[in-house]
Design a protein. Structure first.
Length: 127
């Protein structure tokens, strides 16, 4: 997969596991992608404290034909990206102007985007 460029930001979310992050965006052809930072788990399935994220982050292709039937878009094909590339994507998302005709964004959009930027700046390492 060639690495997509942000054309339209959709949303930023904290995943229900309480520490993974996703930033959904589309390219110029309206193809959707997710930049994903996965939280690192202990061998017992818990989380490290303070939270750490797996390296490298990755981009998920949201094309429904590329993932198992009846699975979340998070189950799509994953392509690892550098932390530098992740920071560039997040900068492009931050720079995008609000479009009132665009998708509804979460109440925490700005806060979560900032937290995701901070994770990228420290390359997934704990605070």
């Amino acid at each position: 997969m060639s690495l997509p460029e942000v054309h339209r930001a959709e949303n930023v979310e904290m995943i229900r596991d309480g520490g993974s992050w996703s930033a959904t965006f589309s390219d110029k052809s309206s193809h959707r992608y997710i930049l994903f930072f996965q939280i690192r788990r202990t061998e017992q399935g818990g989380f490290y404290t303070p939270k750490q994220h797996l390296s490298p982050p990755f981009i998920i292709d949201c094309d429904p034909t590329l993932r198992p039937e009846n699975y979340s878009q998070l189950a799509g094909p994953r392509t690892p990206v550098s932390w530098e590339r992740a920071r560039k994507i997040l900068r492009n998302i931050r720079e995008e102007k609000t479009d009132l005709t665009g998708p509804e964004r979460s109440f925490h959009y700005e806060e979560w985007l900032q937290e995701m930027i901070e994770v990228a700046n420290r390359e997934g390492a704990p605070i």
